[in-house]
Design a protein around this ligand. Structure first.
Ligand code: C2E
Ligand code: CA
Ligand code: CA
Length: 440
């Protein structure tokens, strides 16, 4: 359609309004914000931006076989509107994404209250046809300021903050903390400090146990990296792993983890604990390095890892993006006696079909699937489907992020499931972790 032939209003409607919800779209929101910011040198009152992303609603379509996501989006937009003031600006900024811009919510408290009300609203199921659906969301909140008053920047910062909340799954509302989020300068400093930190034990590993319901014991653990930085304090791995990937240090960091695992196997044996597995996170950046297999082969030999139960955790998304020689690469890892676990299963874009062709030993079902499983029948049905199909393919299942007794009770009903989460074991340093194992 030629825009020249349309009235201004119709043109605006077609390009700036989301047709499903009738809400402004991302472009409209951006121009609205730009207009606000251009009113003065800097906005007198800061604008709060809440960036909301709903968990992949399309997943329901796969299971129930019709366009449930559209109908849910429509209901969600209506419910959110009810929580807003007339001056708040609600936009649909992506498939499963909404944003709220507001000058009324100038403090963390007031914008946090709205975010909590949205999360609370989601605790009730939505009905579409005969089915009830529970929807969950992550919300990132950011504020404009005199120096940060570009619409693009405000939206991006809120979106990145939402990703952080989503990634560590610790809470589903997060505020941009300008002093915690690395400024460019801080990233550069951290990147520069990384090599020495890997060498001098500022970066170390903690252990999170994995509890087997079948064996009634912790029968394995995942190694998780920690960085105690002399100036910045605790730096999250969600922050420094990407820096390590960008600066070529992910190899040395992973080698450190493998050596640490070897030492831990010795400590376990010294305490009479055998038949115990250790899992290491393998970044796709390291996996794709040309000498990956040679490096692992060398370490395995040099650090006496043959015969130990070592697992490599590979994120699900890695599978979707590198289907080329990935199957052979995974085979080679397995030939070294190392098991393959698919991490964060359910968050990426693979299907169980991929697994038919890939040598995979274990699926780690992502915590977003597990959260509130006790209150969510549909989520339970999805987990059951994953477990049934995995078992048919001879693949073991670990449920990640189990936090409550009641979630655990549901999961326990499925046969042969291992659980990893705060309920059984919070990540801790090797000494207390070994003590815990000995007294179990
Ligand atoms: P991940 O591999 O998915 O690790 C699990 C994360 O979930 C850990 O966060 C863990 O502390 C947290 N978690 C465990 N149980 C629960 C629970 O019951 N509830 C909730 N809400 N969270 C739980 P952490 O240690 O901050 O690690 C974040 C991510 O950083 C990891 O996610 C992993 O992707 C990456 N990472 C950590 N260490 C390494 C490493 O040595 N190498 C690589 N490549 N990545 C690493
Ligand atoms: Ca992991
Ligand atoms: Ca995970």
């Amino acid at each position: 359609m030629n825009p020249d032939t349309l009235t201004d209003k119709a043109y605006l409607y077609l390009t700036q309004i989301d047709t499903l919800t009738n809400l402004p779209n991302r472009t409209y929101l951006m121009s609205e914000l730009e207009e606000k910011f251009s009113l003065g040198d800097h906005p007198k009152t800061p604008t709060a931006l809440l960036f909301i992303e709903f968990d992949d609603l399309a997943r329901f379509n796969d299971t129930f076989g019709f366009d449930i996501d559209d109908q849910l989006i429509l209901q969600l937009s209506e419910h959110i509107k009810l929580l807003l003031d007339v001056d708040d600006f609600l936009a649909r900024v992506g498939n499963y994404q909404f944003a709220i811009a507001s000058q009324r919510l100038q403090s963390e408290k007031s914008s946090g209250t709205l975010a909590k009300r949205i999360i609370h609203m989601l605790s009730e199921p939505f009905s579409v046809g005969e089915n009830m659906f529970y929807v969950s969301a992550s919300i990132g909140i950011s504020f404009s300021s005199a120096e940060k008053n570009s619409a693009y920047r405000l939206l991006k910062t809120a979106e990145n903050t939402m990703r952080h909340a989503q990634k560590d799954g610790k809470n589903y509302i997060a505020f941009t903390q300008y002093d915690v989020q690395p400024s460019l300068q801080k990233s550069v400093r951290l990147m520069g400090d990384l090599p020495a930190a890997i060498d001098n034990e500022e970066i170390y590993y903690v252990y999170q146990g994995q509890y087997s319901h079948k064996e009634n014991r912790l029968n394995g653990a995942e190694l998780l990296a920690r960085w105690k930085h002399p100036q910045y304090g605790e730096v999250s791995p969600a922050l420094f792993i990407p820096l390590a990937e960008q600066s070529g240090m992910i190899g040395p960091l992973t080698i450190k983890a493998i050596i640490e695992a070897s030492r831990m196997f010795d400590k376990l044996k010294a305490r009479g604990i055998t038949d115990f597995s250790l899992s290491i996170n393998i970044s796709p950046v390291f996996l794709m390095e040309s000498d990956f297999i040679e490096t692992v082969q060398f370490l395995r030999q040099y650090y006496n890892l043959a015969g130990e139960k070592l697992n490599f955790e590979i994120m699900e998304d890695t599978l979707a993006h590198n289907m080329g020689n990935l199957a052979q690469l995974l085979e080679k890892i397995r030939d070294l006696g190392i098991s393959i676990e698919i991490d964060d299963y359910g968050t990426g874009h693979t299907s169980l079909k991929y697994l038919e062709n890939l040598p995979v030993d274990t699926l780690k079902v992502d915590k977003s699937f597990i959260r509130n499983i006790d209150k969510n029948r549909k989520r339970m049905a999805l987990l059951k489907a994953i477990i049934d199909m995995s078992h048919a393919l001879d693949i073991a299942v670990i449920a990640e992020g189990v936090e409550t007794e009641s979630e655990d009770r549901i999961i326990k009903k499925f046969k042969d499931i291992t659980v990893q989460g705060y309920l059984y074991s919070k990540p801790e340093e090797s000494a207390p972790f070994l003590d815990k194992l000995q007294t179990q």
